[in-house]
Design a protein around this ligand. Structure first.
Ligand code: PGA
Ligand code: ZN
Length: 414
């Protein structure tokens, strides 16, 4: 039986210069796995708890020394004693050690980095790529990127309220082809913005972050960029992430940058109009995380037509997804490992969604690192879709590069 010999934890740095937890697991045969936790900005209220030190003398309170210490003092001895690298046994132990509903005691950042590093060490020990170890013979489908090329909301210092404007190269014949199309469109968009005298500086996820007149203008510019790059909107579609939990107050939606207020029905009408006028095929968090009644109405109106993704709504959590099934809310789930905290729970929620006919989109966070686990996870679960930002900023590009390598490996085997 393979055994965990050593677990080390480090306070490292994420792409927004905030500390994050990194964990290195060493097995008794010498195999090693290393993983880092990502971090969100527009976090859902129901996410697992990211443990930060709250010591204002360090990193503005965002240090993770406590989480690091929890890995070395609480997690490491228990997992070494466990005597196996079996992922479900490891993750069950992590849940028991924490014992809280939201992983607030040990910290979801400490738990996730450990859970992922154990899987990586096991894969290394079995001499398998991570996607193969996690997905077995079934792991074979490369995801289509939902690529965020224009940033707003909490991810950019511009005047745009919608957080993410994404392109989906739905007609591409391979992942490499999909990535090439997106990159060409990204460059076309950049040169268009430049010629309009607008900034080409980028937001947290690598998309451009210019000031524009309206959401419609942003979408129209993307349509123009698709065409300028030589593609049509039959081949390349548009997706939005409104991240509208950020706007919800007292039962209405207050878009802070434009200072506009929509009732729930006006918000739904707004999405319907945008879908009528533009090639939009997916809207994420079109309504807020606890607006269940609104979500049911939104799904009745648009669910037959487009993908409605629950991010803050479902927070990668099986109980929340079940609630979604019961309320007929949404038809897709965004899957972010750090929203729930363990690899096993993350993989289980993908299966649960698929069994019910919901689609699953594997996702990064706005605060990321060089860790590429989500690329392997997307292939392992055959999720079919991945959201990991623009083809810009190395923490985003690392995931795309990993998928390119996986695609060539799979080609070689088939
Ligand atoms: P976050 O944004 O990582 O800041 O939560 C990503 C998203 O909302 O999908
Ligand atoms: Zn989102």
């Amino acid at each position: 039986m393979k055994q965990i010999a050593k677990i080390e934890a480090f306070e490292l740095m994420d792409s927004r210069s905030n500390p994050t937890v990194g964990v290195r697991t060493t097995l008794s045969d010498g195999a090693r796995g290393f993983a880092l936790a990502p971090s969100g900005a527009s976090t859902g209220q129901h996410e697992a708890h990211e443990l930060r030190d709250q010591d204002n003398n360090r990193y503005g309170g965002k240090g993770v020394k406590t989480a690091v210490k929890n890995v070395t003092d609480i997690i490491a001895p228990a997992l070494i004693k466990l005597g196996t690298v079996c992922q479900s046994a490891v993750d069950r132990t992590l849940l028991e050690l924490d014992g809280t509903e939201n992983k607030g005691k040990v910290g979801a950042n400490a738990i996730l980095a450990t859970s992922l590093s154990v899987a990586r060490a096991a894969a290394a020990s079995y001499r398998m790529p991570l996607y193969r170890y996690l997905g077995g013979v079934n792991a074979q489908r490369l995801p289509t990127p939902m690529m965020n090329i224009l940033n707003g909301g909490a991810h950019a210092a511009n005047n745009i309220d919608i957080q993410e404007f994404m392109i989906i190269p739905a007609g591409a014949s391979s992942f490499a082809e999909a990535l090439r199309q997106c990159s060409e469109i990204y460059h076309a968009l950049g040169s268009m913005l430049k010629s309009m005298g607008l900034t080409i500086s980028v937001g947290d996820e690598g998309g451009y972050a210019p000031n524009l007149d309206s959401d419609e203008t942003a979408i129209q510019i993307i349509v123009d960029a698709i065409e300028k790059a030589g593609y049509s909107t039959d081949e390349v579609k548009i997706a939005l992430d409104a991240a509208s939990s950020e706007w919800y107050e007292n039962g209405v939606y207050h878009l802070p940058k434009r200072d506009v207020i929509y009732t729930v029905d006006e918000m739904i009408n707004h999405w319907e109009t945008l879908c009528r006028d533009y090639p939009i095929v997916s809207i994420e968090d079109g309504l807020a995380e606890d607006d269940w009644k609104g979500w049911t109405r939104l799904t009745e109106r648009l669910g037959g037509q487009i993908q409605l993704v629950g991010d803050d709504l479902f927070v990668t959590n099986r109980a929340r997804l079940k609630q979604g099934f019961e309320a007929a809310a949404g038809n897709a789930i965004l899957v972010k490992p750090n929203q729930i905290g363990t690899l096993s729970e993350t993989m289980e929620v993908v299966v649960m969604a698929k069994n019910r006919g919901y689609s699953a989109v594997i996702s990064h966070r706005s605060g990321e690192t060089e860790d590429t686990t989500i690329a392997d996870l997307a292939v392992a679960t055959n999720a079919g879709q991945i959201k990991t930002g623009a083809p810009c900023r190395s923490e985003r590009v690392a995931k795309y590069n990993r998928l390119l390598v996986i695609e060539s490996e799979l080609r070689g085997q088939l």
